[in-house]
Design a protein around this ligand. Sequence first.
Ligand SMILES: [Ca+2]
Length: 443
Amino acid sequence: MRTVSLGDTGHWRWVDIGSYSSFAGTDYTDFDLADFNGVSNFQSAYYLASDSHGNSPSGYTLGWFALSDTELASTVIINFPKMKTHSYMINTACVKNHVGSAMGSTYLDGATGERIAHVKQTGSFSASDLSTNFDNDIFWRVIADMNKILLYADKNGIISTTRQRKYLNVVDAIEAGEVDQNSPVSYWTHCVLAGKDPVAVDAVVSRVMCYKWNLIPAIHKAASEALLPIGTDDARRIVVLGDSLDGASHVFTYSPNWSAHAAARGFSISDFTAPYVSEIPPVIREGDQIRVRAKATGVYAGFIFYEVDSKWYVKKMECGAGWAWALVPAKTSSYIVQVQDEYLNFSASLPRYYSSLANVVGYPNPFRPGLGVFTFKYLTDEATIRIYNVAGELVRTVPKPAGSSASWDGENDSGDIVASGVYVYVITNIAGEKATGKIMVIK
Ligand SMILES: [Ca+2]
């Protein structure tokens, strides 16, 4: 293991993202971009001088980024940001963290300062200027470009349309920061968030901070990138695993740049109540699949975790009118339904057991029809119960209500109490399982 500096002027290259840039097709020009002091790029160390590669993009700023060779050559990137509020972007985590992937200078070792454009060049830079924060249309494009490079540029910095490396995001939110990124005030969330999709993780980060992420440009616009997708911020496609989020109800104090405007624009989340599954009717067999349905008031998104041959899978459910539903393999042996609202508040059902008839019991035995019913317990959701006499003739098909129990009243299909003697029950289900047993009927 070794430590490398992403700012090492001996190991870097220019990446021109060209028509894949989030600036492509806009009216922006090189002259619109400014670094954090509102100063022209052409005055900054980043673009000022010819560099060791014999070229300088001076005058060419849109879509040009200088990155470490080491990072481009990597096959796996683990992105490890902290959760915090930010004066230009309201909050930052995974997508913003790649600002640090750009060279601080292409010719001065250890040079600091802004690596990439942060705001539109206006000649002024102040918290009261909304183009610095709310209406900043520059920073999210730069951030999106950086993320596309990290995902799609090969080791030579050439953009491909296929992903070039594995990518994991792990957000340290144990001690998060609020108010301001430069002198943050600690807030302990005691949580760690992880995922392969940087946009989805940032949506969950925002939920934990109680911010509406679809109003945050750096997150929501990154989710809109179509040519080189970065990720999704759609709550219907993000399944949250682990502890529920209903305890995360502290609205992170906004940066002073945002406070009054954010309150006015309704950035804060105040809904911490999860939908819940109130009913799961018996599954319906459809070919080699089963249709699982779950009733859940206020459900916005649903996911089913299901087990086939001792392996667990997850699938997005369709949702509407207070229901969630999905088709899963008929070989599913058990499943759990998770329902979420639009703010990623979620709850899960208890596990449902679909195929195992291994534990079926029937009683009492012997059975006296005049004194009660013969009860079957631990049935699966979908089961067929048939009673035969010792000659193998079908005597009765026992109605199977929803749930795991059923009962036989001792009558045959004609409505008469059967004769005394030995009978056999055969229980089958749509998973192809079978359970059998004997019943001694005494009158
Ligand atoms: Ca809710």
